[in-house]
Design a protein around this ligand. Structure first.
Ligand SMILES: [Zn+2]
Length: 687
């Protein structure tokens, strides 16, 4: 049995204030956190629900620069937008704070100074790229260049997204700053590192004491501890002018690493919420700290933040980190930069008042154990066949019949309860217990399905008893049936509260109940005979085909704004425009008209054709990944465009000397050659 703490501090990951909130954020973190907190409150447990905007870091300065405004203006805009979206979806934070506050600066600086004075950090001088035009040091993500492994021109300083290699900025060929386009210079700088390598034994002890964490979370932590050389020191300071200034003189002009300051934002927000009474929420042994996050934040919440708390001393370490996996959208990764998302504020413009419908579908498809997919077709099916047909239908039938037969007051149990009556009354307590045990172990999908099961049983009960027929022959028995059904509906007004707060409130209103009452869900009478009921109100209505069709069209159109403006390729997601390049970079490409003179398959390589290409200046071998699109005999004799000065690459033991230019249809993935017009001699250059 899990220990029940005296109080629980529940945090939800601070969302980054450089964009709005989408359904993936909601399903991954905020919705499960809210369901859990609402549940704890229903159980009468002492709980604080903490969140706020994460307002520092390089990405915000980059966005501000791009939009010609200040970082403060960016975070002000998104703090307001995100706060509103959370409120609209019933996310019941006790406080929604922000990390650009004065109090947070004090808190974060206090932590850094404490560790600094204890000698925890290691000062290290490193050479880092500096943008001479923008006059600042560059974060790994703001440097792009050519990948040394695959020659992708758009590799980032930390990773090549094309071949997946992990890189360091100095490995890039022809690096350039995304801030100004300038070639960066290496300059020495000192930063302060948290020595996770030295702290590893303590971290291991902490992690291994939580082998009961979700397997995805525990496994991830263990692999960092065990893989390769284990944990590595990480810099906790940055050469940047936006953030919490490092509170030591020798670090003039530097700020705290955003992942040093952001988790401390939970503590700041708690101080803001409780004033002088805040400490028990973080320092008492009677308190459990529970962090709800997405899987991309596991390292920060399970390793870095606990290390900071340990080295500081006096704080409880996170007790639970129920991180979720990712939600995809219509089969593709959600992407803010590609605008492939359903934004919460836009959803409510298109589906006003339907926040519970989205909460329902996101909870039912929550990516708890593996990544999961949100589709509009599934949204429509679940709303129509579950919310409308099961929950809405039960509530509506019972309330309407009570108004019709009993003038809107609760009916009385007139006859001895039958076996069926007793079974459905008992189901209330049974389903409550099932919801509890699922929520206590962070299984939100199971919990929702157990709560819905009560509505299913209620519908079956009504269908079996048929009070609308019975009324003609047996008024007393009819009243008993509806009195029993009324208790089931009233129970749903509490049982659904964590999942569908606004619908649960509507149910309670129709039942004439002031507030939810979890502990009363034990099969006893919740609404006594003669109690006045509220007016019937439809809980959910059907989502029509054209509504979801519009959503799909909107997604496709916005993901490819240029194409749709042109009227071409409507409905297809195009690659985003790559960063601007200079003419010199283009002029560096030696592109020529060439002719394929021979072609053959490469043994054991399904995708490759080995081509012999006449480039005018020479005849060479080029390997091309087109074998799934063309037969060797189809391509011989074709005129093509060749990137002739690409460094040779070895593939399958064959040196490929250049690359053919191909166009790819974004909708189907079909490849075709980019070819010169007829009559252009082999060897002609492209300029
Ligand atoms: Zn690469």
């Amino acid at each position: 049995m899990k220990r029940i703490p005296k109080r629980t501090t529940v945090t939800a990951a601070l969302p980054y204030a450089n964009g709005p909130i989408h359904i993936g954020h909601l399903a991954g973190c905020y919705l499960p956190a809210d369901i859990y907190v609402r549940y704890l409150r229903m159980r009468g447990r002492e709980v604080a629900f903490i969140c706020g905007s994460d307002e520092h870091g390089m990405a915000i300065t980059v966005k501000a620069r791009k939009e010609g405004t200040t970082p403060q203006a960016i975070v002000d805009q998104y703090h307001a937008l995100m706060g509103k979206a959370f409120e609209d979806f019933g996310i019941s934070f006790d406080i929604y704070s922000r990390t650009s506050s004065d109090l947070h600066r004090e808190v974060a600086q206090g932590f850094f100074k404490n560790l600094y004075d204890k000698g925890v950090f290691e000062a290290r001088e490193t050479l880092q790229y500096f943008d001479p035009e923008a006059q600042q040091f560059l974060a790994d993500r703001t440097i792009v260049g050519t990948c040394p492994k695959c020659a992708n021109d758009e590799a980032y300083g930390d990773q090549c997204e094309k071949c997946g290699s992990t890189l360091s900025p100095t490995e890039l060929i022809n690096p350039r700053s995304t801030l100004s386009g300038a070639a960066p210079e290496l300059r020495p700088t000192t930063n302060w590192f948290l020595p996770l390598d030295a702290l590893a034994p303590k971290i291991r002890e902490y992690i291994e004491s939580h082998s009961d964490w979700k397997p995805t979370v525990y496994g991830q932590c263990k692999s960092w501890l065990d893989a390769g050389e284990g944990l590595q020191a990480r810099s906790m300071t940055r050469d940047l002018d936006w953030g919490v200034p490092v509170p030591v003189e020798v670090a003039e002009g530097k700020v705290l690493y955003v992942w040093f300051d952001a988790p401390l934002g939970y503590i700041t927000a708690t101080q803001e919420l409780f004033g002088a009474d805040w400490e028990k929420w973080w320092k008492s042994e009677d308190t459990d700290i529970v962090h709800f996050i997405g899987k991309d934040n596991i390292v920060f919440h399970c390793i870095i933040f606990p290390s900071i708390l340990m080295e500081h001393g006096g704080y409880q370490l996170p007790a639970e980190v129920p991180a979720n996996e990712f939600l995809n959208l219509e089969g593709k990764k959600l992407s803010t930069s590609k605008n492939w998302a359903v934004w919460l504020h836009e959803y409510l413009e298109d589906f006003p008042g339907k926040q519970d419908e989205l909460r329902y579908v996101l909870c039912a498809t929550m990516p708890e154990a593996k990544d999961n997919d949100f589709t509009w077709a599934d949204f429509q099916t679940r709303v129509n066949s579950e919310l409308v047909a099961v929950l809405g239908n039960l509530v509506n039938r019972v309330v309407v019949l009570n108004h019709k037969y009993y003038n809107g007051v609760a009916p009385a149990i007139r006859t001895v309860l039958s076996e069926e009556d007793q079974a459905i009354m008992q189901a209330i307590g049974v389903q409550r217990a099932a919801v509890e045990s699922s929520l206590e172990s962070y299984r939100f999908r199971d919990a929702l399905s157990e709560a819905m099961q009560l509505a299913r049983l209620g519908n079956k009960y009504l269908a079996d008893q048929e009070p609308w027929k019975l009324i003609k022959t047996d008024a007393e028995r009819t009243e008993t049936v509806l009195a029993v059904a009324t208790q089931v509906v009233a129970a749903l007004g509490s049982l659904m509260e964590p999942f569908l707060p606004s619908s649960a409130e509507k149910i309670r209103k129709m039942m004439g109940l002031e507030q939810a009452n979890w502990s009363a869900l034990d099969g006893g009478v919740l609404v006594s005979a003669g109690h006045p009921l509220g007016t019937p109100e439809l809980l959910f209505d059907k989502v029509e085909e054209d509504a979801v069709e519009r959503q799909r069209a909107k997604l496709a159109e916005r993901a490819a704004p240029t194409a749709s403006n042109e009227g071409a390729n409507k409905g297809v997601v195009l690659d985003a425009l790559k960063p601007e390049i200079q003419f010199d970079q283009f002029a560096g490409l030696d592109l020529r008209v060439a002719r394929i003179v021979a072609a053959e398959r490469v043994p054991k390589a399904d995708k490759l054709l080995k081509l012999t290409v006449d480039a005018g200046i020479d005849v060479r071998t080029v390997l091309s990944g087109i074998a799934e699109h063309f037969q060797p005999e189809d391509v011989v004799g074709r005129d093509v465009l060749l990137l002739a000065n690409l460094a040779p690459r070895m593939m399958r033991g064959i040196a490929s000397e250049g690359m053919l230019l191909m166009a790819e249809d974004p909708a189907t993935g079909r490849l075709d050659f980019v070819a010169p017009g007829a009559g252009m001699p082999v060897g002609s250059t492209v300029r």
